[in-house]
Design a protein around this ligand. Structure first.
Ligand code: NAD
Ligand code: UDP
Length: 337
């Protein structure tokens, strides 16, 4: 085992930096790393993340939050760097494509220089989007993808592909220890109510009794991974021997159509919402499912949480969050009293 293939046991005294630490995946990762004994610094510009996500961690002796945009260089002292900063929902990353590209490229480059400067191991949150509209199914890491370089998703897809290129160049040229994971659709508690991705949209719509907005006929597929499974995979990958650089698919191979997802969410919420159809967004991939043979054989990792079980937990979380958000403000007279 390499010197940096650390024992992630409690009290290990190691320092981890998590960019995007106030986002959906980032806040779960910070929580897991704290539980494993790391000193954790979450770095985030709060563009789609929220301080609410890390509120339970503020005050923890080994946790710090730094509001910072990774497009600007900075100095972080770390043993492990997890580069998660980047808006992940199409709604958000297409709002400011220039910012998305700069976060994916300049931001990742800054983190690579930083990792080099402090001899840290660095993880990159890449994405199944690097496969674009895949001609191979399920997608294996050896597949090079079919991404439109000019469509509205390109700022994200090509940005993430460029980041992968830079990670592997730093590895080849400078011997930097890298871990590149291609993350497939992941869902769970701490997605924002207005995030715009399909699971949170459908759950919020169902709980509010609004129609579920299925794009086109809903026959496109995705494979949804519950967040705890994904975070477990990320940490196992980071702790694995240095030779295991990836790219490595992390996701749940249980493939489902978007229409079926809508039906399951209506059933699990007991909602009376109906389904309405909306136009298909440009370049929306038709099928997506990970081949996770590599993660299974090298990390001994596979998802444990079924879609129904994960949806139930996520629905319960959104139910609590929405009732809190939608509580009427106290009457002025009561508030003064
Ligand atoms: P998210 O939008 O909830 O979190 C992203 C976080 O990054 C937010 O807190 C945001 O404020 C922060 N951020 C964005 N740009 C930044 C910048 N320039 N500087 C500093 N902070 C910045 O998304 P998520 O689902 O938690 O995704 C986290 C990472 O995982 C992203 O890199 C995303 O591309 C990748 N990923 C996620 C999924 C998924 O299904 N959740 C799938 C594939 C890849
Ligand atoms: N989708 C949908 N209704 C919505 C949001 C998304 O039908 O309200 C579809 C979307 O067109 C895509 C799938 O659900 O086919 C997954 O979309 P998401 O934005 O969650 O992730 P991505 O497309 O990046 O995989």
């Amino acid at each position: 085992m390499d010197a940096k293939d650390w024992d992630a046991s409690p009290g290990n005294g190691r320092r981890a930096v998590v960019t995007g630490g106030a986002g959906f995946l980032g806040c779960h990762l910070c929580t897991k790393l704290l539980a494993q004994g790391f000193d954790v610094t979450a770095v985030d510009n709060l563009s789609t993340g929220s301080l609410n996500n890390i509120a339970p961690l503020i005050g923890h002796a080994r946790f710090r939050f730094r509001r910072h945009d990774i497009v600007s260089p900075s100095t972080w002292k770390a043993d492990w760097i997890f580069n998660l900063a980047c808006c992940a929902s199409p709604k958000h990353y297409q709002r400011d494509p220039e910012k998305t590209i700069r976060t994916c490229t300049d931001g990742a480059l800054n983190m690579l220089h930083e990792a080099r400067a402090c001899s840290a191991r660095i993880f990159q949150a890449s994405t199944s989007e690097v496969y674009g509209e895949p001609e191979m199914h399920p997608q294996r890491e050896s597949y090079r993808g079919a991404v439109s370089p000019v469509g509205p998703r390109a700022c994200y897809d090509e940005g993430k592909r460029c980041a992968e290129a830079m990670f592997f160049d730093f590895h080849r040229m400078h011997g930097l220890e890298i871990k590149v994971a291609r993350i497939f659709n992941t869902y769970g508690p701490h997605m924002q109510v207005g995030d715009g991705r399909v699971v949170s949209n459908f759950i919020v719509q169902a709980l509010r009794g609004q129609p579920l907005t299925v794009h086109a006929d809903g026959s496109q597929t995705r494979s949804f991974c519950y967040v705890d499974d994904l975070i477990d995979g990320i940490v196992k990958f980071m702790a694995a021997p240095a030779e295991l650089t990836g790219p490595m698919n992390l996701g749940n191979p249980e493939e489902v159509t978007v229409a079926e997802l809508a039906r399951r969410i209506i059933e699990l919420t007991g909602s009376r919402s109906r389904i309405v159809h909306r136009p298909m967004p440009v370049d929306d991939p038709t099928r997506r499912c990970p081949d996770i043979t590599l993660a299974r054989s090298t990390l001994g990792w596979k998802p444990q949480v079924s879609l129904d079980a994960g949806l139930k937990r996520t629905i319960a979380w959104f139910d609590r969050t929405l009732s809190h958000l939608e509580q009427p403000p106290p009457e002025a007279s009561n508030a003064i009293a």
